[in-house]
Ligand binder design. Structure first.
Ligand SMILES: [Zn+2]
Length: 401
């Protein structure tokens, strides 16, 4: 391992600072680096030489000149090391092999089913990571580490998935996943909740030159939220990834799985929508679903998505209500955190344009009393890969810290 990624001294810290600036702003000229880093020109030039000698950065062409010779530009060498990002979620798990630019070189995906125990999932990770590295002829020593974004609650310090809710398989209690994979691959393994790695992934992949405070909300079987301020993921003393789902949006509202009343979870998840649709069908509300001869005790989320596309009044009304509550929750969060950007992901957003539209309109309307607040909503640029890309990025970031 080169000193840039392991040592800590004033000189190495200067190298890391310069490398991080080249990573974020590259291709970038020496002049711009002097300006951004505050380092002396001679120090900057010496450190650039050192980074070039270590192959950590590359000369990447010439910049436009304002008169005289065109200056050289620099960018990081994306193939100096590689990253493994892993997403362990309720519906699927995913592995990405990436270079340092977070470009995906290879991937593996597995549906999470009733038999997807920790043992089976970890065996699959070990086999697939090995296969991906062999396929791309990358030795383990060229992998900076493995990052995992999983469903909380979990313990980042001990690297343990403690008790994820709504997993299809049993056995996911107190799983020391970092230790098991660290022993197997002999590389550093880091764990965080998937919402935190997703917000980091989207930020690092494309938004970091545009926004420095972001919120990433995942809404599907459950509601998960990651926040980032001044370019740093906000992490509390304990993992509270799912806490946003227990924000009260109606003090006289429906009962939540936590036993309290009026939580966002009681309205704006796939399970809450399925439950509400089934209740209304049983009460005799007209719906296209009824005409399809479906069992009113078991309406799948995909059937509701299809019905919304066909503008079924019952499903549209239930989804509208779910999105309205979600928009209220978003507005409450934005009043507190005032992020530059809110990224919405998860099955409700990716599968239903209607949900996304009503949610963002509601949040904008609720924040109307601050007309100067620039509100930007996005579905992100990484789609399903956000959690795994961010997990790999977390490893890279920890080496540069
Ligand atoms: Zn609750």
């Amino acid at each position: 391992m080169i000193p840039l990624f392991k040592d800590s001294s004033q000189k190495i810290n200067n190298l890391k600072q310069l490398y991080s600036l080249i990573h974020k702003h590259g291709p970038i000229t020496k002049g711009s680096l002097v300006e951004l880093s505050g380092l002396k020109q001679s120090t900057c030039a010496r450190l650039i030489e050192e980074l070039l000698e270590e192959d950590a950065i590359l000369e990447s062409g010439l910049a436009e000149s304002s008169g005289g010779r065109k200056p050289l530009t620099y960018q990081i060498n994306p193939r100096l090391f590689y990253l493994i990002g892993i997403d362990i979620s309720r519906i699927y798990s995913k592995i990405l092999l990436m270079d340092l630019d977070l470009s995906v070189l290879g991937e593996a995906r597995m549906s999470m089913r009733e038999n997807s125990t920790p043992e089976l999932t970890i065996d699959w990770i070990q086999a697939e990571v090995t296969r991906l590295l062999e396929k791309h002829q990358i030795p383990l020593s060229s992998v900076l580490g493995l990052g995992i974004g999983a469903v909380g609650p979990l313990n980042r310090e001990t690297g343990m998935i403690t008790n994820p809710s709504n997993f299809p398989s049993i056995g996911w209690r107190n799983v020391p996943i970092c230790q098991i994979l660290g022993d197997y691959f002999d590389r550093p393994v880091l764990l965080d909740n998937g919402a935190n790695t997703a917000v980091l992934g989207e930020y690092r992949y494309g938004f970091w030159t545009e926004a420095d405070s972001m919120v990433y909300n995942i809404t599907g079987v459950g509601i998960r939220c990651g926040t980032l301020a001044n370019g740093q993921v906000i992490r509390g003393p304990v993992d509270m990834e799912g806490a946003y789902g227990h924000m009260t949006v109606d003090i006289h509202g429906k009962k939540c799985t936590c036993g309290r009343y009026g939580c966002l979870n009681a309205y704006s998840t796939t399970l809450a929508i399925q439950e509400e649709v089934m209740q209304r069908l049983k009460r005799g509300h007209p719906s296209l679903l009824r005409n399809k001869g479906l069992d009113v005790e078991h309406i799948e989320f995909t059937e509701i998505c299809a019905a919304v596309k066909e503008q079924d009044p019952l499903c549209c009304e239930v989804v509208h209500e779910a999105a309205y509550y979600y928009g209220i929750g978003l507005a409450n969060m934005m009043v507190l955190l005032h992020p530059n950007l809110v990224v919405l992901g998860g099955a409700l957003v990716t599968e239903m344009d209607y949900f996304y539209d009503v949610t963002t309109q509601t949040a904008k309307e609720k924040l109307g009393f601050y007309p100067d607040y620039p509100i930007h909503f996005s579905r992100g640029r990484l789609g399903e890969n956000a959690i795994a890309v961010g997990a790999g990025s977390m490893v890279f970031e920890s080496c540069l810290r």
